[in-house]
Design a protein around this ligand. Structure first.
Ligand SMILES: NC(=O)c1ccc[n+]([C@@H]2O[C@H](COP(=O)([O-])OP(=O)(O)OC[C@H]3O[C@@H](n4cnc5c(N)ncnc54)[C@H](O)[C@@H]3O)[C@@H](O)[C@H]2O)c1
Ligand SMILES: *[C@@H]1O[C@H](CO)[C@@H](O)[C@H](O)[C@H]1NC(C)=O
Ligand SMILES: *[C@@H]1O[C@H](CO)[C@@H](O)[C@H](O)[C@H]1NC(C)=O
Ligand SMILES: CC(=O)N[C@H]1CO[C@H](CO)[C@@H](O)[C@@H]1O
Length: 364
């Protein structure tokens, strides 16, 4: 016996479809309320220029993604301007920002930190050499390393920005042995981005079409910006950047290198202060790629602990080409190094060894 009259069948089906639709919407609504756990990000020197540009980028999701809530810890010795930054962060009503701590206390700042951006220190001013800055601020990195060691999350990731970035990162590593050396890096992404930008300007193509430049070595003027493996996107596939220059055009071996090396100094000359917004943006790029991974076929430059790759002495913080996956970086292996590159890579390594010795002499 038929339970429903034929006329009722379509109505029942319609009713079922309506109820299913309501249920799917309900489940979707519930799922949307489960969001990710907030990540705690420390910014030292947060009242400084880079800090002021960086914290709103982090709070907007430019570093960890638009679905990742964050808690920002800010450390600085300038307590008044630091509090003002906190007030402005609150006033910005950032949806992803779940908490702000502004403090002059290193231990409080490092408490439970998952990602530490170390930008505190003195900036290089016009005519000031890196080495002058270093001896002054070695001890800051020693004490901040100890605080991270004691109070940060054990799997904390650290990015050192403050100069001399490579050597500060080495000091940090020495005094925070609980943090794996795989999780301590320094910033050369700004130099990497500058190199991409110079090539894009020169060839009059968009910067997103250029990739795989390399910054080798020290951050700043002894670094070696290397375009010999860089490629540009063409209609179907890729072309080596070098192939786009005439054989007798030495731009990639001359002006390109010096322009990238001197760009920081040039900004200081024009702005009377060191680069800040581009540095903050590079910090976000560095952490985003490290945590979320580099796109397939693309590498980036990061200052990392040398494992002896490419003949660079182990135990130095040196900028290498790296790819990142599952929160870990690995050095791109097997690139061919010609004599021109070899000499420049070794020169930067030699200088970093000297700086390491100097830093150690400041320590004890
Ligand atoms: N690696 C790179 O690519 C790169 C690029 C640009 C700048 N930098 C370096 O980044 C650092 C920050 O640059 P900036 O322009 O923001 O400088 P800044 O002087 O504007 O800011 C530095 C901040 O650090 C604070 N500070 C000083 N001692 C501190 C301490 N013990 N603990 C916590 N905070 C402390 C200062 O009060 C200041 O607010 C400088 O060392 C600069 O040379 C690196
Ligand atoms: C580095 O940090 C990540 C989390 O960011 C963690 O999962 C990983 O275990 C750490 N690596 C090491 C070698 O400790
Ligand atoms: C790194 O580069 C800077 C130039 O900005 C230079 O003064 C410094 O000596 C270099 N570092 C080392 C360890 O040589
Ligand atoms: C330990 C040390 O000498 N730190 C110095 C770092 O730079 C700042 C700013 O010039 C100095 O005030 C610190 O004394």
């Amino acid at each position: 016996m038929e339970y429903f009259q034929p006329i009722e069948k379509p109505l029942v089906l319609l009713g079922c479809a309506y109820l299913s639709w309501k249920m799917i919407r309900h489940i979707w609504g519930v799922l949307k309320t489960f969001e990710k756990e907030p990540v705690t990000v420390l910014v030292t020197g947060a009242a400084g220029q880079i800090g002021y540009a960086l914290v709103p980028m982090i709070a907007r999701g430019a570093m960890l993604g638009g679905d990742q809530p964050v808690i920002i810890h800010m450390l600085d010795v300038a307590s008044e301007s630091l509090n003002a930054v906190k007030m402005e962060l609150i006033d910005s009503a950032f949806p992803l920002l779940r908490g702000v701590v502004a403090t002059t206390d290193v231990s409080e700042a490092c408490q439970g930190v998952n990602i530490a951006i170390m930008a505190g220190g003195i900036p290089r001013r016009e005519g000031m050499e890196r080495k002058d800055v270093m001896s002054k601020n070695v001890s800051i990195y020693k004490s901040q390393a100890s605080a991270l060691q004691q109070h940060a999350a054990p799997d904390c990731k650290v990015l050192v920005v403050a100069n001399p970035a490579n050597t500060n990162a080495l000091i940090l590593r020495e005094f925070a042995p609980a943090i794996s050396e795989k999780n301590i890096t320094c910033l050369t992404r700004l130099d990497h981005n500058r190199a991409l930008a110079q090539i894009s300007e020169k060839l009059d193509i968009h910067v997103s079409e250029v990739k795989n430049v390399i910054i080798w070595g020290n951050h700043s003027s002894t670094q070696y910006p290397d375009a010999s493996h860089a490629t540009v996107k063409i209609e179907r596939g890729e072309k080596r950047v070098a192939e786009l220059f005439a054989d007798d055009d030495k731009w990639l071996q001359t002006e390109f290198i010096t322009t990238v090396q001197q760009r920081g100094a040039e900004i200081i000359k024009v702005r009377k202060q060191s680069s800040a917004l581009s540095a903050a943006s590079a910090v976000c790029d560095h952490i985003r790629d490290w945590v979320l991974g580099t796109p397939k076929g693309t590498w980036v430059s990061m200052g990392v602990y040398s494992d002896g790759s490419y003949g660079i002495p182990p135990g130095l913080m040196y900028s290498f080409p790296v790819t990142c996956k599952n929160g870990e970086w690995s050095i791109v292996e097997g690139l061919k190094i010609d004599a021109f590159s070899r000499e420049k890579m070794d020169a930067s390594a030699r200088e970093l060894i000297e700086e390491k010795v100097l830093a150690n002499s400041c320590l004890y």
